[in-house]
Design a binder for this molecule. Structure first.
Ligand SMILES: *Cc1c(COP(=O)(O)O)cnc(C)c1O
Length: 340
């Protein structure tokens, strides 16, 4: 089976497992786990922020940020296809009493004018806008890298209106590798950033929330409240450190494989995809004449797993456990399955 459903499917390598087994640990609820502390220092440094907190998932990182920047009755301005609005079980509403003001972007991109128009004046009878949240790379739009000038222009709008600025940087590593712009420069405009170690970087578990020391201390309290205070968590943090050191640069290979996959798909009858739109490791492709769910089932029989994202849209993601040969084999299987 060639599993293209998600880059979260990466398995820890033997070297990563050795690093985990050898990790020095302590009780992280007492802030005494040296490996978790080191991971937090390394990530804060890499992202150019004061402080960092290791958390169990990207959802927890984002939701801690929502909590830090809001109170009940407040509003988050974000792009309509973003993870916070679509894949976090309505946590902002369910946990924090916060509503999302979703703005329809163009393939994941928002302009400063889009954001400005979505920020309410803030009359007392309105939801109170408190934070603008962007996603880089944008998952649902197909691993799209935000344009840095757009981000800077949106930051100016947010600052002018006194709003905080959060980045869901689950795949900020991919954005950095794709553009050659260091992560710290990509996230410099933001107050808080949540990054995933468990996607293409290949750690089994974990995300990190970074930001100002004061906010991150507060986040530690809310993490505990959510049941996210973990004990000898250095075992997991060691995997994250190993991933950053040894896997980050390899993301370029995933990007190459994604382009190869998209070019191959483009030549299969019944598939519609523009390979030039593949910027990182995610390939969104359309099957205009068929239901996406039917194609998922058919490809599964042919030994290829992909995910249905809309009625006629599928997602395939490349990651380090899949080589070029797997991509070529997947293409042959897809072509056969769709010809049948
Ligand atoms: C995967 C992902 C997350 C977090 O997911 P978890 O499964 O909770 O780690 C957040 N944002 C984006 C854009 C993602 O792709």
């Amino acid at each position: 089976m060639i599993d293209l459903r998600s880059d979260t499917l990466t398995r820890p390598t033997d070297a990563m497992r050795r690093a985990m087994a050898a990790a020095e640990v302590g009780d992280d609820v007492f802030s005494e786990d040296p490996t978790a502390i080191r991971l937090q220092e390394v990530v804060a440094e890499r992202l150019g922020k004061e402080a960092a907190l290791f958390v169990s998932s990207g959802v927890m990182g984002n939701q801690l940020a929502v909590r830090l920047h809001t109170r009940p009755g407040d509003e988050v301005v974000c792009e309509a296809g973003c993870h916070i609005a679509n894949y976090e079980s309505a946590a902002s509403a369910a946990l924090w009493g916060v509503q999302l003001r979703t703005v329809e972007g163009s393939r994941g991109h928002l302009s400063a004018a889009d954001v400005e128009n979505a920020i309410r004046p803030g009359h007392y009878w309105e939801p109170q806008p408190r934070v603008v949240a962007l996603e880089n790379t944008h998952n649902k739009a197909g691993g799209v890298v935000l344009r840095h000038p757009d981000v800077l222009a949106i930051e100016r709008v947010a600052r002018a209106r006194g709003l905080a600025f959060h980045c869901d940087g689950a795949r900020i590593w991919n954005a950095s590798v794709a553009t050659g712009i260091p992560e710290r420069d990509l996230v410099a405009p933001f107050d808080t950033v949540s990054v995933c170690l468990s996607k293409g970087l290949g750690a089994p578990v974990g995300s990190v929330l970074v930001g100002p020391t004061e906010l991150i201390s507060e986040a530690r309290r809310y993490r505990k409240m959510l049941g996210g205070g973990m004990r000898q968590v250095g075992l997991l943090a060691a995997a994250g450190l190993h991933a950053l050191e040894h896997h980050r640069d390899d993301l370029a290979v995933d990007h190459e494989n994604a382009r190869r996959l998209a070019s191959g798909l483009a030549s299969i009858r019944g598939v519609s995809v523009d390979p030039d739109r593949v910027e990182t490791n995610i390939v969104m492709f359309d099957v205009p004449d068929r239901a996406a769910t039917e194609v998922v089932a058919r490809l599964k029989e042919a030994g290829v797993l992909v995910a249905a994202f809309a009625r006629h849209t599928l997602r395939a993601v490349t990651y380090r456990d899949l080589g070029r040969a797997d991509i070529d084999a997947a293409l042959i299987a897809v072509a056969r399955a769709l010809a049948a």
